[in-house]
Write a protein that binds this ligand. Structure first.
Ligand SMILES: O=C(O)CCC(=O)C(=O)O
Ligand SMILES: [Fe+2]
Length: 346
């Protein structure tokens, strides 16, 4: 069996010193482990619990999480990936989109001003006095369970809002560092929409050894992955040997990998990482992925600084939306669709 591999480690607090290492990791590995990042450990573990509870919701509630763009909403277990299901939030940079996601899943964050809060507390106290007069102890108990459940949903919503903000800010910082490391303006990626996806793998004893998610590359620019800190299974393609190597989770850190759009944007310099998730043990595995996709409307093309006579333009410009449709219509999910964009093909 292949040993777990050590991908390059990037210290988020050590820029610009880490610039060269960051670019090298994108070119030679297509991934790196991020340490000293800005998402608090408590928020990471709170979000993981929320993810578990959201994916435990009844099917009819999960199905309310509809696609905002194709494939961005609820993904049910399928013939190809029978162990896998996911919920998705397109455009984490939009407060409205985050709130809509929470509302769909009955997890609306409480948003009250102080005066509203005081009024709410007074009303609740009065209601309780009235209840005491007319209800039994059992009824009172079930009533407080009800309000506890409501508060739990609201606190789930607050965690989703805080996590979405934190991971979106981190994505902008990573992309900003990457652009600056290549001598480009650090705000290049600021308007690129991002999608959050929360994944659950129902690994059963009879599935040990089979895939939880098939080999693929991510279609967008870059992915930030919060792995399950207890249950491994992620394997990445080593660029040098073309062999899959297991990645062991490292609690508190994040794994960042590049996708197809990064290869197109960088004029072929960045490696779009092929990866898969294998079922290693009969446990539930949960992961959280933030995808920086591609520009909303503009076509993706390498900046002029990355093109010269020695490095001619490799790919024809394409919008992220058209590239996504190309991957879907051809079924080429492991980076092969990039070859269809090769400038000599046009
Ligand atoms: O769950 C994981 O570790 C990886 C998930 C993944 O590759 C994806 O969502 O694209
Ligand atoms: Fe992926």
């Amino acid at each position: 069996m292949k040993m777990a591999c050590e991908v390059p480690v990037i210290d988020m607090q050590d820029f610009p010193s880490q610039s060269e290492k960051l670019v090298g990791a994108c070119e030679d590995w297509g991934c790196f482990r991020l340490i000293n990042h800005t998402i608090p450990a408590t928020l990471m573990s709170e979000m993981k619990s929320v993810v578990r509870s959201l994916l435990d919701l009844p099917l009819e509630i999960k199905q309310r999480n509809r696609d905002a763009i194709a494939g961005s909403g609820y993904v049910a277990p399928s013939a190809i990936n029978p162990l896998y299901e996911a919920l998705g939030l397109y455009d984490v940079g939009s407060v409205e989109a985050v709130h809509a996601f929470c509302t769909q899943l009955d997890a609306s964050p409480l948003q009250r001003s102080k005066s509203e809060n005081d009024r709410h507390t007074a009303e609740a106290r009065n209601e309780l006095v009235n209840f005491r007069l007319i209800f039994s102890v059992e009824e009172l108990f079930s009533c407080s369970i009800f309000s506890f459940a409501n508060n739990l949903k609201a606190s789930n919503g607050e965690t989703i809002v805080r996590y979405s903000q934190a991971v979106h800010e981190l994505a902008l910082d990573i992309c900003g560092n990457l652009a600056a490391s290549m001598g480009l303006k650090s705000d290049l990626f600021d308007e690129w929409p991002c999608q959050l996806r929360i994944n659950k793998y129902n690994f059963t004893p009879e599935m040990v050894g089979s895939p939880g998610v098939q080999i693929h590359t991510d279609g967008g620019f870059l992915t930030i992955l919060q792995e399950d800190e207890n249950v491994g299974g992620l394997e990445v393609m080593d660029k040098k040997s073309s062999e899959f190597i297991p990645i062991n989770p490292l609690p508190g850190t994040l794994l960042v990998n590049l996708g197809d759009i990064a290869t197109a944007w960088s004029n072929g310099r960045f490696y779009s990482l092929q990866h898969r998730v294998q079922c290693k043990e009969a446990k539930i595995r949960v992961s959280i992925a933030l995808f920086v996709l591609g520009p909303k409307e503009a076509a993706v093309e390498a900046p002029a600084e990355l093109v010269d006579s020695e490095h001619p333009r490799l790919y024809v410009p394409i919008t992220f939306e058209d590239y996504r449709k190309l991957r879907l219509s051809t079924g080429l999910r492991a980076g092969e669709a990039l070859a269809l964009l090769h400038a000599t093909n046009s």
